[in-house]
Ligand binder design. Sequence first.
Ligand code: PAF
Length: 288
Amino acid sequence: MNILREIPELRAWTGRGVHPRVFVPTMGALHEGHLSLIDRARAEAGDQGEVIVSIFVNPTQFAPTEDLSTYPRAWEADCEKCRSRGFDAVFVPPVEVMYRPDASVRILEDRLSRGLCGASRPGHFGGVCTVVAKLFNLVQPDAAVFGEKDFQQLAIIRRMVRDLDFPVTILASPTIREPDGLAMSSRNAYLNPEERAGAVVLSQALGAARKSLDEGERDPHRLSQIVGAVLRESPLGKTDYLAVMHPGTLEPWIGAIHPAEGVLVALAVFFGKTRLIDNLHWTGPSGA
Ligand code: PAF
């Protein structure tokens, strides 16, 4: 496995011209969720292609009040996991390689990022788009894999690729869960045992939403009440948002939900200072 830190090293590596090159951008602290993205990339790259992962805790997507300094960093363990998954290269740029001190250009997406995490974390998606655009320019992948757990991020990256004509295919990979249903996230490491036990409420609430939708509930307001009632069962959880959105526009569903268009039920819940997100993208009755 090649560990690439500087841009000339990366350019020399990509200059070998191996294709398809499939890219998985991460912020490290790799867990099974990330490893499933890497497996997806490996399958996509096939025997002829190559997989490159980046590990970069991107400062521009954290607000000054957020957890940039404490965000889990696990470089040795990450390298071990990368080796065990057998991919070709990892790009680990120092912050000064990615951002010049007087950098003054930034990408703005101003429709899909208005609500949900974009409303709770102003500036977050500008930072995500900017770093992903830079990484795409540096790595020049044919395809890149993103997790469906960050549904809004995935939608915004797809929009950026469409609107700015990046020649990159965006692949989505399903959320990986702990045995009790909690979506895997690097931030789960912050939870104390009581918070960890309570955090299962997010997937339980989404399970209740799925059941109601499967049984024919089409009223977004009633759906939201059903989900909210489950969330309130956890005394430690403080809901940041609970939203029933159109999955294409990421705007609230007004009127009856049309199964053909699907629905996104998205949650962000604080346990102490840790903010967890999860979602259900329902596209029709299960098993239909
Ligand atoms: O999803 C993440 O880990 C990050 O937002 C990403 C896409 C690596 C950009 O920093």
